[in-house]
Design a protein around this ligand. Structure first.
Ligand SMILES: [Fe+2]
Length: 239
């Protein structure tokens, strides 16, 4: 049985645009387990003006779901992270050493505006790494500069782990996004792939992404993008 690690999904109930309630979150967790995931990092959105769930609400949702998973899903481990939108709150948290990280450790997931990424992104990522953190970039394939020029991702990938969406690899998103995601994976620029699951209904798109990796990059590629590199990333290492 596969032992994949999902670095990015929205299964915690009633915190963002993911699972609206515990039952739906559990349905998503079961779907991920059926696809081979043994570790699931819940990454609720942190985005100014849209989703800034407070810490107590996150901890409550996490504890509730973890105990439910312990009861009914042997072999699955739930971890806590966040998807940090690159906005003024995030920048403030960088300054104050208060970025919500995976398991409160060194690595953290972030996303940028696909149309207007921060102008000094690579430099800032470099500074953040000097501070001892590992930035992990969600869905770089959505970024217009990456779609236009793959070299943009190459530079980013020296400062941050690049994690493409499985749904994009499977072809479930628009064509430019799928093309960019597949190119990142084929050229070895994507360090990992994750579900970014928001609802149980899109689990088949995640399955299509895993199948695509298997077909194009073989079992070694699947193991690298879904197990080995995610493990290193959670350990704070850039693969
Ligand atoms: Fe996400």
């Amino acid at each position: 049985m596969a032992q994949y690690i999902d670095l990015h999904c929205h299964i915690l109930p009633a915190l963002d645009d993911g699972a609206p309630d515990l039952a739906t979150g559990m349905e998503m967790a079961r779907a991920l387990q059926n696809l081979g995931f043994a570790e699931i990092c819940a990454t609720p959105h942190q985005r100014n003006g849209l989703f800034i769930p407070d810490e107590a609400a996150i901890d409550r949702a996490f504890d509730e779901m973890r105990s439910e998973i312990e009861k009914s899903q042997a072999g699955v481990r739930l971890r806590l992270g966040a998807e940090n939108y690159w906005d003024e709150i995030f920048i403030e948290r960088v300054r104050n050493h208060g970025i919500p990280c995976y398991d409160g450790r060194r690595a953290f997931l972030f996303e940028v505006s696909p149309v207007l990424p921060p102008p000094n992104l690579s430099e800032t990522l470099f500074e953040i790494r000097l501070g001892g953190h590992l930035p992990v970039m969600a869905h770089p394939e959505r970024c217009l500069p990456v779609q236009r020029e793959i070299g943009f991702a190459e530079a980013l990938g020296r400062q941050a782990a690049l994690v493409v969406d499985l749904e994009a690899l499977g072809g479930g998103r628009n064509r430019a996004v799928t093309r960019a995601a597949r190119r990142l994976a084929e050229e070895g620029l994507a360090h990992a792939a994750s579900s970014d699951l928001h609802a149980p209904e899109t689990a088949p798109d995640v399955a299509a992404g895993i199948a695509w990796i298997g077909k194009r990059l073989g079992p070694a590629g699947v193991a690298r993008l879904l197990a080995e590199n995610p493990r290193r990333i959670l350990g704070g290492e850039l693969p």
